[in-house]
Design a protein around this ligand. Structure first.
Ligand code: EPU
Length: 334
């Protein structure tokens, strides 16, 4: 059912105002086959938790609400669990744990939907969704049919996938309808992330439930609940620089947190850089950087897209001037 001039303020966790000229809620993959959808300039909306709405959108917003969670298959080594694109991510993770299928516990309490998880390859506390994704189904608007992607097809990287690499998340070429996760029966806890290890201290052999609970406690402590303080999680990627750049920075800033990558490059902590640049808890107009985690940009009330862009640019400029590092935003701008 197509609606016109729909207010999207409640559809994005930064609570930015804006209208969609046309809007349809999608409850089944069949609805995507409407030729009118293929002809329109589209934006595929999930939970709106990685979105900066810069104003009104003069196109068609397809709000993905396809439900469903099921055991799609099982072999000697793993359970294959499918989520409809519109399933709430955290609820889905908690359901898999309750069923006795561990493997996604480190990703508890991440906002958004299951269908959006592959696009930026959500990750936290030492695990990325792409490590557990087996395959997914997406509607291809240019071919007018459903197509399957294997994990390899998705080309997952840090906060990255083929959907971003090819610009399909912006052009609306594909709408992911369902995602299947491969959860190995030989479960092993992922507890290497320093904060998580500390939170689990004293739990000698943590269960998946213990890990999920620890992750939920950590996130509640550090990250603002979008219902209370509108935000879109980490606002910038952690920048990855070459080894020489990291060495040079370390010489001047001995406390610089750094995470060596498999390819020899070094990931830096954007939150630390922003914090050191004096932005932790600082506002510019109605938009600031959160006082408990400087990487999270928050709407203090009444912000518009332009206010977000202003604070974003000011933070980028200060970090660049101080450290010579360019920060890139994580959310999608519409
Ligand atoms: N730090 C500061 N000041 C701050 C924030 C962080 O000094 O204000 C330092 C911390 O002390 C630590 C380092 O920066 O040494 C890294 O901080 P943290 O462990 O909190 O994680 P992060 O790198 O800031 C990333 C993800 C989060 C994810 C956490 C946990 C990105 C862009 N962000 O944050 O993801 O929850 O690790 O794994 O990779 C998200 O993407 O929306 C998100 C919340």
């Amino acid at each position: 059912m197509l609606r016109r001039d729909v207010d999207l303020t409640a559809c994005n966790t930064l609570a930015l105002p804006g209208q969609a000229a046309r809007y349809a809620r999608i409850d089944s993959p069949e609805q995507l086959g409407d030729p009118e959808h293929a002809r329109s300039r589209r934006f595929i909306l999930g939970g709106g938790s990685n979105l900066v709405l810069t104003g009104d959108f003069d196109g068609l917003v397809l709000h993905m609400a396809i439900p469903g969670r099921r055991l799609a298959g099982e072999d000697a080594d793993a359970w294959y669990v499918e989520a409809g694109a519109g399933e709430n991510w955290h609820d889905f993770v908690q359901w898999t744990l309750a069923q006795g299928w561990p493997g996604l516990e480190n990703l508890s309490l991440i906002p958004g939907t299951a269908g959006a998880a592959p696009i930026q390859n959500i990750g936290a506390y030492g695990l990325e969704a792409g490590e557990r994704i087996h395959s997914l189904t997406a509607f291809d608007f240019s071919a007018g049919r459903l197509v399957a992607f294997s994990r390899g097809d998705c080309r997952f990287g840090y906060r990255d996938s083929i959907f971003k690499q090819e610009g399909w998340h912006l052009s609306g070429r594909f709408a992911i309808t369902a995602v299947t996760f491969r959860l190995p029966k030989a479960w092993a806890p992922v507890t290497g992330y320093a904060d998580l290890a500390r939170e689990l201290d004293g739990t000698s052999t943590p269960s998946a439930r213990d890990i999920a609970d620890a992750v939920v406690r950590l996130r509640r402590r550090k990250l603002p609940d979008p219902v209370e303080i509108p935000n879109a999680g980490s606002f910038f990627h952690n920048p990855v620089v070459d080894a020489a750049t990291a060495e040079a920075l370390l010489a001047v800033h001995p406390a610089l947190p750094r995470y060596p990558q498999a390819d020899g490059r070094v990931k830096l902590a954007a939150g630390w850089l922003i914090d050191q640049a004096g932005w932790k808890g600082r506002n510019l107009g109605p938009v600031g950087m959160y006082e408990k985690q400087a990487l999270v940009l928050v709407n203090r009330g009444g912000a518009r897209g332009i206010d977000v862009q202003r604070t974003m640019s000011a933070v980028q400029a200060d970090v660049l001037a101080r450290f010579g590092v360019q920060l890139t935003p994580e959310p999608v701008f519409l």
